[in-house]
Design a protein around this ligand. Structure first.
Ligand code: ATP
Ligand code: MG
Length: 320
């Protein structure tokens, strides 16, 4: 694989669980519980898994909206989250951006779109007023909006247009890496396709790298070069999509993807049974074992490590 733009080693994020009584045991919620992966420059890495498995927390850790409990994140070979100088931190804040599911909540309803897009340029002291306005107009055009949208307010826009503004806000500082967290999940299917194609086109034109988070397997499979499958804060499998990719092996991945009727028809169907256990009391051994039709004795006590099973393919399962 080519040089990694971003590398994550044994990343852990635990949240303390509020105690109801003084005598109650101190508990932690294991939102992310030892995740390692790398994303190459120019790659789209998808992240899937059932609700609560830690996808958004992983994304928030990469943009340092939250601090990790343990583990390391490297961007261009340099450790982030550790002690960075002011200028290094500013550089990082430009290079790494995030797009959220609901741009409405991140857009200030009282400010124009132009203001929203210009503000980060002012904060980072980029250009004079005229240069900044030019950057804003160009960015609006790149996301398929007429530059006249700069004078509009968020409530005047449709959901798809607001998401275009959300993307423009992430692009305006010319980042290298963008975390895209459920950015199309709230949109109608036809608008979803437009935004997905826009994201793909921008990625190619600007040589961007994405962590693309979605619970929608069709969407993730469509856009991603590789997919990481999370289960209860851990990585169950990482596999390459498309013709050159091998079939996923982990019983959890197979169960997840076999619920889609059209995609990967040839795959044997494995029904996904039962509920996701609590991340406060995860099962011992392989966290998936209580729901796994192939569970063996060792799965109940021994945590499987993520092992390479082929090019661009890693799986954490005792069957392999
Ligand atoms: N700030 C927080 N404080 C406490 N617990 C949190 C916090 N953020 C997330 N969690 C918990 O961490 C776990 C992982 O949450 P996360 O939002 O990362 O999951 P997700 O995979 O993005 O789920 P979804 O598909 O529903 O968006 C969940 O159990 C969640 O309740
Ligand atoms: Mg989420």
């Amino acid at each position: 694989m080519t040089e990694a733009l971003i590398e994550v080693h044994s990343l852990v994020k635990h949240y303390p669980v509020p105690r109801r009584g003084l005598l109650e045991e101190k508990l932690v919620l294991r939102a992310v519980d030892g995740v390692s992966f790398r994303i190459a420059e120019g790659e789209i890495f998808g992240l899937v898994g059932e609700s609560g498995c830690g996808k958004s927390t992983t994304g928030q850790l990469l943009v340092q909206l939250v601090k990790q409990t343990q583990g390391d994140i490297f961007f261009q070979g340099r450790r982030i989250g550790a002690k960075l100088s002011g200028s290094e931190l500013r550089r990082l804040r430009r290079d790494i951006q995030i797009v959220f599911q609901d741009p409405y909540s991140s857009l200030n309803p009282k400010k124009t779109i132009g203001w929203t897009l210009e503000e980060p340029l002012i904060v980072h002291r980029i250009g004079d007023r005229r240069t900044r306005r030019t950057i804003v107009a160009e960015t609006l055009e790149q996301v398929g909006l007429d530059p006249s949208y700069a004078s509009r307010y968020p409530h005047e826009l449709s959901g798809g247009q607001r998401q275009r503004v959300g993307i423009a806000a992430a692009l305006v500082l010319s980042p290298r890496f963008i975390v895209i967290d459920e950015a199309v999940s709230a949109l109608d299917v036809s608008v979803q396709a437009q935004i997905l194609n826009l994201l793909k086109e921008l990625q190619q034109r600007r040589g961007l790298t994405y962590l693309f988070i979605s619970h929608d397997l069709n969407v993730v499979e469509y856009i991603s070069d590789r997919i990481g499958v999370m289960y209860l804060g851990r990585m169950a499998e990482i596999f390459t999509t498309g013709a050159e990719g091998a079939e996923p092996l982990h019983p959890y991945t197979r169960a997840l993807f076999s619920s889609i009727p059209d995609v990967r028809k040839a795959r044997e169907r494995v029904p996904l049974q039962g509920e996701v256990p609590s991340p406060i009391h995860p099962p011992a051994g392989c966290a998936f074992h209580p729901r796994c039709p192939f569970a063996m004795d060792q799965c109940r006590s021994l945590v499987p490590e993520l092992k390479s099973v082929g090019p661009g393919h890693e799986v954490s399962c005792h069957l392999y």
